[in-house]
Design a protein around this ligand. Structure first.
Ligand code: XLS
Ligand code: NI
Ligand code: NI
Length: 437
């Protein structure tokens, strides 16, 4: 097969003084930060769907992407050829991982049997390429939202046969992920939600979603798949309301249906925005429940109303992400997965490199800045001091559950008034963070 990117060689690290566009200025894979190499800390992953399948259409116009290696057909042969282009790209970029939906890598056939056969034919090539390059699968997933059969959802469809089809498709996708040594498997609730409550039995749909996930957990154990399961919150798009709307809603759902501990969260920056939260908020919520698993890195556009999934280049945001990741002791099974696409106007193959290089450099800076903030210690110390009234005296007694309402009343009646508050020092802290950026 001819090279898909003949004029591009392996992207080197050149340092911050470099003016070469196809070089890393900050991501130096082998450099140690906080005891691990950048490669180990960041665990970058390239997504198959946006990077190799997205035609760059928008709601107002056709796709613009020029992808010379792709013949534009839905044949298995074309899908197999595309694998070579994908691995050439990921290898030249130097990302250690990739992620896919079953239908990104192989075309749908006219029956489930034929579809599974198509998938197997492409998985063979993926396996060969993983072996040749050492690139690994961060996570796999099933596309349970694109085909018209999923118009009313998959696990939450009103049509029981659709649930059965989705279950069979998911079973196969878990098997394939397992076969490829995948480190995880993601459940993003594509159309698991509603567009109007007039036609929806919400309780029944949620029960079905839980049943679906329990089946997945059981099957995972049965086949000995050791990868991490993740649930990916998103509040809307494509449905008006998605059941997995944000980190808190996901955790509540997992607890209610006795699934907590079985799934961690895969948090996407732009989904946090869509939910009306910050990514920092979502990260904190997940980490507090020991459920922070992986990150889908991207961003929306403040002036556009749809899920643009642009590459994340905001160093302030990557710093917040990496602070949360370092705080929990680093990624275990997850990574920084670029669930992002180039813009419609950036249609040449080389733009895929510019986009990923920018994202990787932004996260490398975020990592280095976050590590420096932690080494400096002032931020952590400030927060620690802010809560020091809980470390002894009345605070310690409340935390330990050693005091009741009557005793608290007696304490305050004697004291007369609460101790004075200290300033929250928000501006001081913002300035402190900017010292490092
Ligand atoms: C869509 C989601 C999707 C998941 C994988 O908004 O981000 O791409 O990451 O199904
Ligand atoms: Ni998304
Ligand atoms: Ni995503």
């Amino acid at each position: 097969m001819p090279s898909a990117f003949p004029n591009i060689s392996r992207i080197p690290f050149e340092g911050s003084k470099s003016k070469k566009p196809l070089a890393f200025k900050h991501y130096n894979a082998s450099e140690l930060v906080d005891g691990k190499t950048m490669k180990e800390q960041l665990r970058f992953s390239v997504v198959y769907w946006h990077t190799f399948r997205n035609r760059l259409a928008d709601p107002f116009g056709a796709g613009t992407a020029i992808r010379p290696w792709d013949d534009g057909t839905e044949s298995v042969k074309n899908a197999q050829n595309r694998v070579h282009a994908a691995f050439e790209f990921i290898e030249k970029l130097g990302a250690p991982f990739y992620a896919f939906h079953d239908r990104d890598v192989a075309p749908e056939g006219s029956t489930l049997k034929q579809t599974n056969k198509n998938l197997d034919a492409v998985v063979r090539v993926l396996k060969e390429e993983q072996k040749r390059t050492g690139i690994r699968l961060l996570w796999g997933t099933a596309c349970l939202f694109a085909h018209p059969r999923y118009v009313h959802g998959a696990a939450t469809s009103c049509n029981a046969d659709v649930f059965a089809y989705a279950a069979a498709q998911m079973k196969k996708a878990i098997e394939v992920t397992h076969e490829l040594g995948g480190e995880g498997y993601v459940f993003w609730g594509g159309r698991e939600g509603y567009s109007t409550l007039w036609n929806t039995n919400m309780k029944r749909e949620l029960d079905h979603l839980a049943r679906f996930l329990h089946m997945a957990v059981d099957y995972k154990k049965r086949i000995g798949f050791k990868g991490q399961f993740y649930i990916e919150p998103k509040p809307k798009e494509p449905t008006k309301h998605q059941y997995d709307s944000d980190a808190a809603a996901c955790l509540n759902f997992l607890r209610e249906y006795d699934l907590i501990g079985q799934l961690k969260l895969n948090l996407e920056t732009n989904h946090a925005t869509l939910a009306g939260h910050t990514m920092q908020h979502e990260l904190e919520v997940a980490a507090a429940a020991d459920a922070l698993g992986s990150i889908d890195a991207n961003t929306g556009d403040p002036l556009l109303g749809w899920d643009t999934d642009q590459f994340l280049t905001d160093v302030y945001l990557t710093t917040q992400c990496m602070l949360a990741i370092l705080k929990m002791g680093g990624f275990r099974t997850g990574g920084v997965n670029f669930d992002a696409k180039v813009r419609r106007e950036s249609f040449e193959p080389v733009d895929l490199f510019h986009a990923h290089i920018g994202g990787m450099d932004a996260f490398a800076r975020g990592l280095k800045i976050a590590a420096a903030i932690r080494r400096d210690g002032r931020l952590v110390e400030f927060v620690k001091q802010r809560y020091s009234s809980w470390d002894s005296g009345i605070g310690a007694k409340i935390e330990a559950g050693k005091i009741n309402l009557r005793e608290l009343e007696a304490y305050m009646l004697k004291k007369g008034e609460a101790a004075p508050n200290s300033s929250g020092r928000q501006e001081f802290l913002e300035n402190l963070i900017n010292e490092f950026i």
